[in-house]
Design a protein around this ligand. Structure first.
Ligand code: ATP
Length: 218
């Protein structure tokens, strides 16, 4: 089991007390599975993604990544697991402006000790980035930057890939193409992929679909 979420709750403090966002979420993912997570705006999709990615902590419940309980870990251990096992593609690409496209793609893989120049070249080719490898992020389009962010995540070969609207900034045709490549690359590495999306077209491409409503998954 790559991911196991058991009875997870999370509230945020607001002006009129704590607002529960997740009220007991259960979810399991196996290696090779692809999952679409949908739900209305504000339903808590990003919150769940952040908890699973170890970027925020649960109020109660258990999250296991590759069998390891991240809710019991301290910040250092959680950060180490995130570096080695979990890859996150955010809506904002968070590229490093002072590094070339090639160095941005290699960045995460270097951190997790899995840098392989041949793989960077292969990912760049698969995502149509080869002509841009020596450019800096400011000199490429938003859609190209998004593909660099995807390549950077996959280059580190995480067991679990979490993506928040990974093709949200791309036109329909490019989005479909990038999604195809992402699915192929994830399948190739045997990782599990969770995609938060508002797009039915994206959800339809995943092997499973769960919907977040009233703080629970259905
Ligand atoms: N750090 C925070 N502090 C306070 N409230 C928060 C915080 N993060 C999220 N929330 C609240 O939790 C709820 C769920 O937010 P979240 O971003 O997870 O929703 P979402 O389903 O991802 O929405 P969208 O589809 O619009 O991105 C919202 O009401 C939001 O205002």
């Amino acid at each position: 089991m790559v991911l196991s979420v058991e009875n997870v709750t999370k509230s945020f403090a607001g002006a009129d007390g704590a607002t529960p966002v997740l009220r007991g979420v259960d979810l399991q993912m196996q290696a090779g599975e692809t999952l679409a997570l949908t739900g209305e705006s504000g339903s808590g999709k990003s919150t769940l993604l952040h908890l699973v990615g170890g970027l925020d902590v649960v109020d109660s419940g258990v999250i296991r990544v590759n069998g390891q309980d991240i809710t019991e870990m301290d910040d250092t251990a959680r950060a180490a697991l995130r570096r080695s096992e979990v890859g996150v593609v955010f809506q904002q690409f968070n590229l490093i402006p002072s590094l070339t496209v090639a160095a941005n793609i290699a960045f995460q893989a270097r951190l997790s000790g899995r840098h392989d120049p041949t793989q960077v070249a292969a990912l760049a080719k698969a995502l149509g980035l080869t002509p841009h490898l020596e450019k800096y992020p400011e000199a490429i389009s938003g859609g190209q930057q998004q593909r660099v962010a995807i390549a950077r995540t996959l280059a580190a070969r995480p067991r679990l890939v979490l993506a928040d609207e990974p093709t949200g900034n791309l036109d329909e045709a490019t989005a479909a193409e990038v999604l195809d490549q992402m699915l192929a690359l994830v399948t190739e590495t045997g990782a599990a992929l969770m995609v938060v999306t508002h797009s039915q077209a994206v959800a339809d491409r995943m092997s499973r679909h769960v919907h977040l409503s009233q703080g629970r998954l259905a």
